[in-house]
Design a protein around this ligand. Structure first.
Ligand SMILES: [Zn+2]
Ligand SMILES: [Zn+2]
Length: 977
């Protein structure tokens, strides 16, 4: 068979320009409809693969860290597509929330909520929406550049009506189950953004090392309503701004406290901390436990430094005010004094202690307002920023009553929560927020959301496995879900409240229209966002007054958590299938697979999806989750704009290439942070892309030199090298299929890399002479070319989901067909897997590497033939064809086999004159071939050469192997045409 009537393969450049090629294929895929044909490839298939995309925040250009997850997403969808699964290919954009608002504020130069309100809510909200449109378009283009094939025109946006109204439906369901409530709590609060920061947000990314002035205060003891003489409680705090609102002092019942004499006064503090706080010059007068301190020493109350403030005077009417209480959770002996300053109006734990444990709600009072300023009732502190002016409090403490309450200050560096968006230090303040209860029995089935969520989480397959434990830990410890934010651009929480206290949740647009008593005209035609939705009023069924929507917007994780319900729009009815007939929804729910970055999402996306699916359906929203770690710089440090070590995606992709970025991520273990940089990329390219490129180029060069051979035809070769590489190839198919079925991208990628390496360093190296057109055995040459062709064309199908550009480049040229991305995943042929041959080949390679090592020690070049090698092995002697292969590889004349316990070789390193002459001949052949190459001679062009000397008994062989007519004696080796 001949290829004469087929065009030759396009010649392959020795220096691959991977990036230029990527642009060529992007254009080609676009112009030839390859992407849409890929998306539609399995439209008629019965089997489905359902993937839910975790929405990317459409707020900035995509970062290199996004490329990790996006490569997994593309990989597994491509793999399933090649396997014939019908899919939706829907990408998602996260659109609402504080992070968008903060960027728009920056753009406009706004510094507070006042600026936004002056600018106008409608303008501001429209700007937020415009920002989302802009960056979602940019991210789409960047994702395409990565080689990510999705139905980009069908991306979902969490700001869509579908998404917002489906959340309304969910909240109504929670409401009907009695789970929604308004609660007062002391919550972490950003004074700049003017909003509560949820526990999830702080835990994931909010802490910074900050130095504050900590304060040691002395509180005079009140025993039986009388102030004791010179006897104080020594109390420590790291938040001086909360001192004016001091409410209680907590001590530990089991810690030993000491009364210590120091500079003429007596102080109570934990005995173990005496030296640390007061130094050596102290005298311990007595000691007792915390419990006895109250019972026996009768230390029950104390005086505070700001007791004359109006707000304190009011609270001090309670007998519990300034009481000493026992608590095991908040008190320890690690730092401070062992006596803890308690302010329920400015601390979550403090609030819980006073409200839940003690039940003394009457002594809880607020400290600061929305912008972090002291409220009225705080004397001349009122209206001053609490966090920015700690010296106001410290100075007052030092000066009031001659410093009666002041002991000392000390710098203290601690991990302190800051706003994850604007980096402002957080404060705690009392606010009324809306919550979903985790431990309240649902009215529908009497079960609590927390328990049901734990049950659901356990039905999910978590990769890596520790993910389940992390999620369960979160589910066990999380508070009720804080769903409100006092902001502008977000889900309009569908809570309408009356001044009589009654509130209701509206579950749909239709319901709102029916209930609207006024304002519908102002709202109609708008999306359910502020300010338009705020116009709609309803009538209170309790008292008949007008009810308004609370001004709060929703926690953004509601937006992302609802997508298993909101994004499945039936293409026939164009309706949200879940809220309509559920038929289409049932086909795609739950997702087979999701993948996202692990840290953070346990508390965010995974959590919110599990919460919402548990509440609505009591079922898992996804079957398998693959989590991955974080992207760091080359030294393993966090990338930061300010540090100058950040790498932008656009720059990385044009310098490294998308395929290299993808391969870098896919060969990396998802459990471990990846160090991302240009050096790593170079190494990745060398190890895989260039290695494969050279194999491909080598094949194309030899194939084009042999136009009489149709290598595209299936052949069957019994040559051990051919049979071996075909066996390896089929094993590769079987194993990578199994890896990818188990979502193990790393195992598959590393296996592919190993295969390419053995293809290059063993098969191709040992088959060079066979593939060469000068190989006198034409059938052997044909077999080798056919084998390499088959291997390459199959291999590029396997790598197509990993490195789509390189796969296309090779496939397109070798086959002349349209696209590797329209092909099917190869099936392993079990009958081609030959275990015995693979084991024998391993043995050959082991013997060869021992022999090469011996040569190296003896400093004998491989071109110098040697007489024999003696192999000791516990294995049977290798078949003759493999012995021949071994002889060629290690350049020996004879192999002697003997039984031994372990593999060992003895290489006969004696060089006889005959062997020496043969070695010289090999050296000369190599030299002439180099000269021919330099002179750019055609492979079959005959020439004469001059040589200073040559072994005459090998003259014929030298001439034959180098296309030389005549050897002439000359001073140095040269070509004579
Ligand atoms: Zn902030
Ligand atoms: Zn009412």
């Amino acid at each position: 068979m001949s290829r004469k009537n087929k065009p030759p393969l396009k010649p392959v450049s020795p220096k691959a320009n991977f990036i230029e090629n990527e642009h060529k294929w992007l254009k080609y895929w676009q112009e030839n409809d390859i992407v849409s044909r890929y998306l539609q490839k399995n439209d008629l298939a019965k089997k489905r693969f359902s993937f839910f995309d975790g929405p990317i925040t459409a707020n900035n250009p995509m970062g290199v860290h996004h490329a990790w997850g996006r490569t997994y997403k593309d990989l597994f969808q491509r793999y399933k597509n090649m396997q014939g699964f019908k899919q939706r290919f829907q990408n998602g954009f996260d659109c609402q929330g504080l992070w968008i608002e903060v960027e728009v504020e920056k753009e406009k130069g706004f510094t507070s909520k006042k600026d936004i309100e002056k600018y106008g809510l409608a303008n501001f909200v429209n700007d937020c929406r415009a920002r989302v449109k802009k960056y979602s378009a940019i991210q789409t283009e960047q994702s395409k550049r990565l080689g990510y094939f999705m139905n980009w025109d069908n991306s979902y946006y969490t700001m869509s009506e579908e998404n917002n109204y489906t959340i309304w439906y969910f909240l109504k369901n929670c409401f009907e189950n009695g789970l929604i409530y308004q609660g007062q709590d002391a919550v972490p609060w950003c004074p700049r953004c003017g909003t509560a920061i949820s526990q999830h947000e702080i835990d994931s990314e909010g802490y910074q090392q900050i130095t504050h002035q900590s304060v040691f205060m002395r509180f005079p003891i009140v025993r039986d309503s009388r102030v004791a003489e010179n006897e104080f409680l020594l109390v420590w705090t790291t938040t001086p701004w909360t001192i004016p609102a001091n409410t209680l002092v907590a001590i530990h019942p089991e810690i030993t406290y000491a009364l210590v004499e120091f500079e003429g006064n007596k102080y109570w503090l934990a005995k173990s901390l005496v030296k640390k706080v007061l130094g050596e010059r102290t005298k311990i007068i007595k000691k007792t436990t915390g419990e006895k301190l109250i019972k026996e020493e009768k230390i029950t109350h104390y005086q505070g430094p700001f007791d004359s403030l109006p707000i304190i005077k009011e609270t001090a009417k309670s007998k519990h005010f300034h009481q000493v209480v026992l608590d095991k959770n908040l008190v320890n002996e690690e730092e401070g004094t062992g006596l803890v300053h308690i302010v329920p109006g400015a601390g979550t734990e403090d609030h819980n202690l006073v409200k839940k444990d003690l039940g003394w709600e009457e002594i809880i009072f607020p400290v600061v307002g929305e912008t972090g300023k002291y409220l009225s009732g705080y004397g001349n502190l009122t209206g001053k920023s609490a966090k920015e002016n700690p010296e106001l409090v410290i100075n007052a403490l030092k000066n009031n009553e001659n410093g009666r309450y002041f002991f000392k200050t000390q710098n203290y560096t601690h991990s302190y929560p800051t706003c994850w968006r604007c980096k402002e230090e957080l404060i705690w303040r009392l606010v009324k927020e809306w919550y979903i209860a985790m431990d309240k029995p649902r009215s529908s089935d009497g079960k609590t959301l927390r328990k049901q969520m734990i049950r659901v989480a356990k039905t999910i397959n978590w990769i890596p496995e520790f993910g389940l434990a992390r999620e369960i830990d979160w589910l066990n410890n999380m508070h009720d879900w804080l769903i409100s934010k006092k902001r502008y651009w977000g889900l309009a929480l569908p809570i309408w409240q009356c001044s009589c206290g009654h509130f209701e949740i509206i579950g749909s647009k239709g319901e709102l229209k029916k209930r609207a008593s006024s304002g519908w005209q102002d709202f109609a035609g708008h999306t359910p966002h502020r300010p338009w939705i705020d116009k709609v009023k309803i009538t209170c069924p309790e008292c008949g007054q007008e009810m308004s929507r609370i001004p709060d917007v929703g926690n953004p994780w509601l937006d992302a958590g609802i997508i298993p319900f909101s994004t499945l729009i039936d293409p026939k009815t164009k309706k949200i299938s879940y809220l309509d007939d559920k038929k289409y929804w049932h086909k795609w729910y739950p997702a087979d697979f999701i993948t996202e970055c692990f840290p953070g999402q346990f508390r965010n996306w995974f959590y919110s999806m599990i919460a919402m699916a548990t509440q609505l359906e009591n079922s898992q929203p996804f079957k398998t989750i693959l989590g991955h770690a974080l992207v760091r710089d080359e030294k393993g440090e966090e990338m930061h704009k300010s540090k100058g070590n950040a790498i932008w995606f656009d720059e990385a992709v044009e310098k490294m290439g998308a395929d290299v970025i993808r391969w870098l991520y896919m060969t990396h273990n998802p459990e471990i942070n990846v160090n991302f940089g240009y050096k790593n990329a170079d190494q990745v390219r060398r190890q895989f892309h260039i290695l494969l490129w050279n194999i491909y180029r080598f094949f194309v060069t030899y194939a084009n030199m042999s136009p009489n051979i149709d290598f595209t035809e299936a052949g069957s070769s019994s040559h051990p090298l051919d049979a071996w590489i075909i066996s390896r190839l089929n094993k590769l198919i079987a194993k990578t299929t199994n890896d990818l079925d188990n979502y193990n991208a790393t195992a598959a990628a590393l296996r592919i890399q190993d295969f390419v390496e053995e293809l290059s360093t063993w098969y191709i190296r040992r088959s060079r002479n066979r593939m060469n057109p000068r190989n006198p055995q034409k059938k052997d040459q044909e077999n080798a070319l056919k084998t390499v062709y088959l291997v390459l064309v199959t291999l590029v199908k396997i790598i197509a989901p990993f490195t789509p550009f390189l796969a296309e480049e090779i496939y397109h040229n070798l086959t002349g067909r349209e696209s590797v991305h329209l092909t099917d995943w190869p099936k392993a042929k079990k009958e081609k897997i030959n275990q015995k041959l693979e084991a024998n080949m391993n043995l050959v390679r082991d013997i060869a590497s021992l022999a090469h090592a011996t040569r190296k020690d003896a400093q004998i070049k491989l071109r110098q033939p040697l007489a024999k090698i003696t192999v000791s092995s516990s294995e049977e002697k290798l078949p003759q064809e493999l012995i021949n292969l071994l002889k060629e590889e290690i350049n020996v004349k004879d192999v002697v086999w003997q039984k031994g316990d372990k593999l060992d070789v003895l290489l006969d390193t004696k060089i006889t004159p005959q062997l020496e002459a043969e070695g010289q001949a090999r050296e000369i052949i190599r030299k002439i071939q180099q000269l021919r190459k330099k002179a750019q001679l055609e492979p079959n062009q005959k020439v004469s050469v001059t040589l200073p000397d040559w072994p005459k008994q090998f003259e014929k062989e030298i001439k034959q192997k180098t296309q030389v007519n005549k050897i002439i004696k000359g001073s140095k080796p040269s070509i004579v045409k």
